[in-house]
Write a protein that binds this ligand. Structure first.
Ligand SMILES: [Fe+2]
Length: 286
């Protein structure tokens, strides 16, 4: 992918836009055997990943085990799990309303709304997240909807609005996440880097958070305008944004596209609380 070449860009742009409108129901692929997805099922998921940078699956039989979810991700090329402070040592991270040590009240582990972001935007350059999986074990009683947008579409919309937005967001100092300091101890140093970058394989990578606190944007009018463009985009209806509440046995596999989550309410019964598994991978799906 050579987005710097205008002829390439125009052809790529036309191809991307022609894929919409689309709904999650158009895309979801049923997985018949949780032990091993069939070649045809995998082919379909890979096609969606190539086209949209995301794919939805539904295991038709319950229950589904964590290992089977991880296996599906592996068959799509997501192999190396990146560990965060709260990750379970061996595998996928359970995302639920909980309090456990080392968590520091991170919003993902509450029932609050999560604003638009890509995963690992606070990671150092060598540990950027290129693949991501969200698997639903149990949905919330109300809410907890996932919204997502292919980050390539965000790039496209920014470039259409003003090509200088892209230049500003590719600047190596576009976005700084200040250090994470807890009780005087630096848990994570500050991370500065671009929003958009090009991976070694030519694919587009995005590092982004719409949060207003604990992010520092480069002090430059074009950067500020590009950031405002994105904030406005999140407030508007758009055929390029998909909304879906994952149900039990369903999941999303993506090349770390833009996503957010609405607030939710859990049932009072402890068996019925929202539980998702999340995997963050160093590779893109292939
Ligand atoms: Fe996320």
């Amino acid at each position: 992918m050579n987005l710097a070449d205008n002829d390439f860009y125009q052809a790529w742009r036309a191809q991307k836009l022609a894929l919409y409108p689309v709904t999650v129901n158009d895309l979801v692929v049923d997985i018949q055997d949780a032990e091993a997805a069939s070649a045809k099922e995998l082919q379909q998921l890979k096609l969606h990943l190539r086209q949209y940078n995301f794919a939805f699956y539904r295991f038709v039989q319950q229950p589904v085990y964590r290992q089977q979810v991880h296996q599906l991700a592996q068959s799509l090329g997501l192999k190396t799990i990146a560990h965060n402070l709260c990750a379970d040592a061996d595998s996928l991270t359970a995302i639920q309303v909980s309090q456990h040590q080392g968590q520091h009240d991170y919003i993902p582990y509450t029932d609050k709304k999560l604003s638009w972001h890509t995963d690992g935007y606070y990671n150092p350059a060598y540990e950027q997240i290129h693949g991501m999986l969200l698997h639903c074990v149990h949905p919330a009683l109300i809410g907890g909807e996932t919204q997502l947008m292919d980050h390539e579409l965000a790039y496209l919309l920014l470039r259409e609005a003003n090509p200088n937005y892209i230049q500003a967001l590719m600047h190596p100092e576009a976005l700084t996440i200040p250090a994470n300091i807890l009780n005087g101890e630096t848990i994570r140093p500050a991370q500065t880097g671009p929003v958009f970058s090009i991976n070694a394989d030519g694919s587009l990578h995005m590092r982004y958070s719409a949060r207003q606190k604990n992010v520092v944007w480069r002090d430059d009018p074009m950067t500020q305008a590009a950031v405002q463009f994105l904030l406005d985009l999140w407030e508007q209806a758009s055929i390029y944004k998909l909304s879906y509440t994952l149900q039990a046995g369903e999941g999303l596999i993506c090349n770390n596209v833009l996503h957010c989550r609405t607030a939710f309410t859990d049932a009072s019964d402890s068996e019925q609380k929202r539980l998702l598994y999340r995997g963050r991978y160093l590779e893109r799906a292939s």
